[in-house]
Write a protein that binds this ligand. Sequence first.
Ligand SMILES: Cc1cc2nc3c(=O)[nH]c(=O)nc-3n(C[C@H](O)[C@H](O)[C@H](O)COP(=O)(O)O)c2cc1C
Length: 186
Amino acid sequence: MNRLLVIVGSVRPVRTGLPIARWVGALAEEAGWEVDLADLAELALPFMDEPNHPRLRDYQHAHTIAWSERVDVADAIVLVTPEYNHSFSPALKNALDYLSQEWWRKPVGVVSYGGVSAGTRGVTALTPVLVALGLVKTGANVEIPFAGALVADGVFTPTEKETAIAGHLLAELAELAPVLRPLQNR
Ligand SMILES: Cc1cc2nc3c(=O)[nH]c(=O)nc-3n(C[C@H](O)[C@H](O)[C@H](O)COP(=O)(O)O)c2cc1C
């Protein structure tokens, strides 16, 4: 079974991101993925504090080694990110910066949300970071405008469009995972 790492980019105490990530995770489980939901608030990585460049994989801190092992075993990744000031979440950038080889040639899909722009300006800022890390992004992007209005009692209720696009995104990840596997550093 393919392992999917769903990363929750928002770390605020009350978040739209967590219910959205749970929704994507449940869809993925229905589609046959084994899902690991990585909540960056729970993970609580400090600002990147490794003395060596991550490409050397010579980690000094237990939090980095644990994060490295978690990303390493993933066959595909979904990033769930809000848009903050026309960019993506800083906690997500920090979590990405911690590692290097672990991301290389992993397939990745992005679920963005925010106001009227549905987090798309954040995805524009995120894309060159994904390229720099060697991640391979799906063509399908789930873009959720005014996402807060779709969350009640901690549950995200998607529109039909969002569910359909999430299905396309997961299908692309399933297609890419075996093709990219031989190119990865694990
Ligand atoms: C610091 C901050 C900056 C924001 N900047 C934008 C923005 O530039 N564009 C936008 O559409 N929404 C913006 N928003 C709205 C958020 O994208 C929206 O509230 C989202 O649901 C927050 O996600 P979260 O609850 O998971 O943290 C901003 C929110 C915050 C807290």
